[in-house]
Design a protein around this ligand. Structure first.
Ligand code: PMV
Length: 314
């Protein structure tokens, strides 16, 4: 049995603007997805309590997961891509995730990265991080139609990365800022719909281009603050980034109110990912009081640390 861990991804700065070619900063965290792989005579995928048979047609590459099509579309696409790249494998896969799907912790990216890594490891193939990132991005593009390379790259490579989307490149940020608290709010809408909503707003109002430019400039400043581990500066820029995301219509009243209430306990906070609820990343100043305040509000939260190594066999 092979076990693989693929980290979740927290977007620190620059989401949405990254779709329009601006840089972004994201970080791999120590919570994510674990995929176990064991060779067998047919391909079966198990996840959580739902045991699902995937009928995998060798040759046509079609996969059917009756009743679970949306949830397993990433799994099926990742299996297809893995077979194209690494050859045929019949195996059972078990997927266990730390985050609920679709909250902005890059669950889909971690699942895609985790399946590809587990499949290759099960076959004894050592896939490089850059290739893994590229293949997993291909899975996201196939399922979603559009996706920046940010989440899949950060889950595959690990650490805190500044991403340039077009053409894709990255550089590591060496920062002592390495612990965050994630508040998990209910999410309204899928990444695809929210990204489409921003695109429609941008098409309607040319002033939106200035908001996107401002987010890009903020990422440059934030990279310097992270590199010098200046918590006050990082927190302040998180707040500014959140207001700029608010101007794009993706930050709800619930997030604004929560950040206002938590202000004494944090350096700053913002949505992480597409928004409209989902994960809110908080840079803690008074950690214990912050956890207590979140518990008092009955908001589920999780503490995460930076994962420096990316997807790997564990
Ligand atoms: O909410 P998530 O984890 O799917 O992140 C979306 C991030 C966006 O920048 C809004 C879209 C993208 O493809 O980068």
């Amino acid at each position: 049995m092979i076990r693989v861990f693929a980290p979740g991804v927290v977007k620190l700065f620059g989401e949405h603007a990254v779709v329009y070619g601006k840089p972004a900063i994201a970080v791999a965290v120590d919570k994510g997805v674990e995929v176990a792989c064991e060779k067998g005579d047919k391909t079966v995928v198990r996840t959580g309590k739902a045991y699902v048979d995937i009928e995998y047609e060798h040759g046509t590459g079609a996969a059917h997961a009756k009743g679970h099509e949306p949830f397993l579309s990433y799994v099926a696409a990742a299996l297809r891509k893995a077979e194209e790249s690494f050859g045929r494998l019949a195996a059972s896969f078990e997927i266990r995730g730390d985050f609920p799907p679709s909250v902005g912790a890059a669950t889909s990216a971690s699942v895609s990265v985790g399946i590809l890594k587990a499949y290759s490891a099960c076959l004894g193939v050592d896939v490089g991080k850059a290739e893994l990132a590229k293949l997993a991005h291909g899975v996201e593009l196939e399922v979603q139609g559009a996706a920046s390379p940010m989440d899949t790259a950060v889950s595959a490579i690990g650490g805190m990365l500044r991403i340039e989307p077009n053409p894709f490149s990255y550089r590591r940020i060496d920062s002592a800022v390495d612990g965050f608290v994630l508040a998990v709010l209910p999410r309204r809408g899928t990444t695809k719909d929210i990204v489409a909503g921003v695109r429609a707003l941008k098409a309607r109002r040319r002033s939106v281009d200035a908001v996107i430019d401002a987010i890009g400039r903020l990422v440059d400043e934030a990279e310097g603050c992270l590199a010098s581990s200046d918590l006050e500066c990082v927190g302040e820029l998180m707040e500014i980034n959140n207001w700029l995301l608010g101007a794009l219509g993706v930050v709800g009243h619930d997030v604004v109110m929560m950040l206002k209430y938590l202000k004494p306990y944090i350096y700053g906070g913002k949505i992480s990912g597409a928004g409209r609820g989902g994960i809110v990343v908080l840079l803690p100043k008074r950690r214990q009081e912050l956890r207590e305040a979140l518990a008092a509000m009955e908001v589920p939260s999780v503490e995460v640390k930076v994962d420096r190594d990316g997807a790997r066999v564990v």
